[in-house]
Structures are given as C-alpha cells and as structure tokens.
Design a protein around this ligand. Structure first.
Ligand code: PAF
Length: 270
C-alpha cells in the first residue's frame, strides 16, 4: 500500500476522516469486491464541524490507520492537506431541505460541509465506485442524491453498519466513552431492535421511544422515516427506517436500522 499526498486515481474510493476501526475496514473490503485498486483518503474536513473544539479534538491515529487500511486491502492511503483540496475557495454544495433535518438541525451547516468535500474528492479521484456506511444514513442519502446530480458516472455503494458484540454501532466517537458509557450505549441498538417487527409504524415509534426513555441516553431525535424520501413514515411507507441520535456522557451517538412490519412478514421487498 502506498501512502501519499499526491492525488490518487483509483477504481474504488473510500473517503474517511481517519481514526479507522473495523467499520472502515469493512468499507475497504467491500470496495475490493468491485476493484483491485482501492484508495482511501484521510482528511479531517474542517467544513463539516460546527465548532472548532470538536474539530481540534477529532481523534488522530495515523499509524493505526495505515495498518488497518493495509490489512483490509487498500492500495493507496491518501492524506491531502487543506491546500491540496482547496487551492482556491471551495465550490460550496448545498444539502437543501433534507440537509437541515435531524443531524442537520442539530449541526447546522454540517451536511453542506460533507457534500462540499465529497464533491471535491470525487472531482479529483474520479472513482468508478465510492463506498459509504449506512451508519450515517442521512449522509449516505444526501451523498447519493448529490452524486446522481453531479457525478452520475460514480456508483455509490452502501455498506451495512458494523457493530460491537454489545450491538453498539462502531464509530470513532466510541473511543471517547468510558466503560460505563459503552454499557449504557447498548440501549440504542436495543431500542432499534424493539421497534422492529411491530404491527404498525405507530407501534414501532412507540417502542423505540419507550426503550430510549428508560435510560441515561439524552435523546436528540428518535423517529421512523421513509428511507427513500426521508419523510416521516406513515402506515403506507414501504421502506421504514428508525433513526436515532443523542448523547451519552456528552458524546453524540447516532444509529439507524431498517424495519420490517409484522404485517409484511410474507413480503419480500425488492
Ligand atoms: O463519514 C465521514 O467520515 C465523513 O463525513 C466523510 C464522508 C469522509 C466526509 O468528510
């Protein structure tokens, strides 16, 4: 694996902000199913942080990043500097109305920053495939939408969320939780499971909120949405998804899961 500052060209591309873990490795492994050459970028994008303290505090694990990327099968690890990506001021991409909901409501400007950097990375690397995790489901939704409009030649591949044995979705933020915080955080995946296989959306929503309310998790939002439009799900929604965000020990955690309604048990959705 080559480590470089020069712009790579690669068939498959995995953009990251570093602090790699098994979740990122799974993205690289999925990329390898499409292409032999896989580039991974590590760039902590200042445009997507609402406050400079969060940006400064973002974990940096350069040696670990190299060994995890290499072991997962990446061929290039690219570490651009701000001046490599934005020699001039960046072309700002707007995430629109959906970018202002949920994560976007709590983190104003966040998704505009994400789309601005992903657009720039795509312009430079020009991959055929780019892989993003379902863990950041709203991000994935907005990136798919932007790519269809601005880079229709790139296929976005969605990768399933990788979880700890406890059910906690893997995230670079988990390393900021204490042991007891990690135990408490189980409530999030428990709540997502509790919402699954219910008779109706109303019941799924109730179970999701009931489970979270009996915990130390400070809820920001817990909602059932339509995965295809991001509208609030109703009883006619065919692809419902539970999305959750909040804080444990002051650390923001997010998660989501596709839901099946028990009325649909004998249906295979295609
Ligand atoms: O998901 C992330 O790590 C970041 O938002 C991304 C997509 C690399 C853009 O900075």
């Amino acid at each position: 694996m080559k480590i470089q500052r020069a712009i790579p060209s690669a068939c498959a591309f995995v953009p990251t902000m570093g602090a790699l873990h098994a979740g990122h490795q799974s993205l690289i492994k999925i990329a390898r199913q499409y292409c032999d050459d896989v580039a991974i970028s590590v760039f902590i994008n200042p445009l997507q942080f609402e406050n400079s303290e969060d940006f400064e505090k973002y974990p940096k694990t350069p040696e670990l990043d190299e060994s995890l990327a290499r072991d997962a099968g990446a061929s290039i690890l690219w570490r651009p500097e701000v001046s490599d990506l934005y020699p001039e001021s960046p072309k700002q991409i707007s995430s629109g109305d959906i970018g202002r909901l949920y994560e976007g409501a709590s983190r104003p400007g966040h998704f505009d920053g994400v789309l601005t950097v992903v657009n720039r990375l795509f312009e430079l690397v020009k991959p055929k495939y780019a892989i993003f995790g379902e863990k950041d489901f709203q991000q994935l939704f907005l990136i798919k939408d932007m790519t269809a409009k601005l880079h229709p030649e790139i296929s976005i591949i969605a990768a399933p969320t990788i979880r700890e044995e406890s059910g906690l979705a893997m995230s670079s933020r988990n390393m900021r939780l204490s042991d007891s915080g990690i135990r408490e955080a189980k409530v999030i995946s428990n709540a997502l499971r509790a919402a699954d296989n219910k008779d109706s959306i109303a019941q799924a929503r109730q179970e999701l909120n009931k489970e979270l309310a009996n915990s130390d998790f400070k809820i920001d939002y817990a909602e059932i949405i339509d995965s295809e439009t991001f509208a609030i799900a109703d009883e006619n929604t065919t692809h419902p998804r539970a999305i959750v965000a909040g804080w444990i020990e002051g650390i923001r955690l997010i998660d989501n899961a596709a839901l099946t309604l028990s009325r649909d048990e004998n249906l295979v959705r295609l």
